[in-house]
Design a protein around this ligand. Structure first.
Ligand code: ASP
Length: 321
């Protein structure tokens, strides 16, 4: 899973079509009794804090193509929307498009556009499950994430962004009537994720060789391979585990931390001592899905979001040089 730097593009065009993302309710706690398609696209953009930082110099152009509840989507609107997409995509300084859309028929619009646009530039549909007037609306974050995807060098085609996940037009489906993460891509899974404004693609094409000295393993007798052990952080984690391993001659320790790579303080203190004694350390997470985002702890994070068992192999190969 690879993360790429944002590309430099001149302009991103945001086409508004309505939906809950542009919806308003009488009360901030009302997530269902609202009217979709009330606020204009410029209003939605103005409500996104930190938008300029994400854009990295690209300018935004907003255009209202429609203003409807997407349950009422019609073929005439599709035709107009596709024509506006073609118009903007033909401009050399436009790096990609974001389309704000209701969730109800978003998957249908995405597939229609995928078939008629044949775009190499990214066209990213995004949405919200809560109206813009909600206490904690999801629309601004989805909009920000959609911009990050447009800016990513690997983004192309028609994509859908919702709740931190990127879906293809082919596979995306609305699978839940209420929760924020209402979309799924079935067996195919999401195309990627947006984490802290950065895109992580599920399939980067091929996996890089991280350990340049890995072939040493073919010549070195297995009995001489460096001893690397696995530890887990948990309630009541005991420093004596680390001390015992160090005393027995361990060369490396890979720790499966809790959550985003947090480690019990008792274990962390013992690990710091071990490191001072020359033991190599790597950090992973106990969580089965996702990977550590950002620099979570004092320990070096294992490469490529590997799980603790594969990270153990990686550290062992690292220590062979
Ligand atoms: N009915 C709304 C729409 O599709 C639902 C939503 O956007 O979440 O426009």
């Amino acid at each position: 899973m690879q993360v790429f730097e944002a590309k430099k593009i001149g302009k991103i065009v945001v086409l508004g079509t309505g939906g809950t993302i542009a919806g308003t309710a009488a009360s901030a706690s009302d997530h269902t009794g609202y009217t979709a398609g009330q606020l204009g696209v410029q209003h939605l953009l103005d409500a996104v804090p930190g938008l300029n930082d994400t854009l990295q110099g690209a300018t935004l152009v907003g255009e209202q193509v429609a203003q409807l509840d997407s349950k009422d989507m019609d073929h005439a609107t599709w035709q107009t929307l596709a024509q506006r997409c073609i118009h903007w995509l033909a401009q050399p300084d436009v790096g990609g498009l974001v389309i704000t859309h209701g969730t109800d028929t978003l998957e249908e619009t995405a597939w229609f556009l995928q078939q008629v646009l044949h775009s190499t530039k990214p066209v990213v549909l995004t949405c919200a499950m809560r109206p813009a007037t909600a206490l904690a609306p999801d629309g601004p974050q989805n909009l920000l994430d959609a911009m990050a995807v447009v800016l990513d060098p690997m983004a192309r085609d028609v994509l859908v962004v919702c709740a931190g996940r990127i879906h293809s037009a082919r596979d995306v489906e609305k699978i839940h009537p209420y929760r924020l993460d209402a979309f799924n891509s079935g067996e195919a899974g999401p195309r990627g994720w947006i984490e802290q404004g950065r895109v992580r693609w599920a399939d980067p094409g091929s996996w890089p060789v991280v350990h340049v000295h890995a072939r040493q393993a073919l010549a070195l007798p297995p009995a001489d391979w460096p001893w690397v052990a696995v530890l887990h952080s948990h309630a009541g984690a005991d420093a004596r585990q680390v001390h015992a391993l160090v005393a027995a001659g361990v060369k490396g320790l890979v720790v499966a931390g809790t959550g985003n790579g947090t480690v019990h303080q008792d274990l962390l203190n013992a690990l710091a001592q071990a490191q001072a004694q020359g033991v190599a350390l790597r950090l992973t997470t106990r969580c089965e899905e996702g990977q550590i985002v950002g620099q979570a702890a004092a320990l070096q994070t294992a490469p490529l979001g590997l799980n603790v068992y594969k990270a153990r192999i990686s550290l062992m190969l690292d220590l062979m040089k």
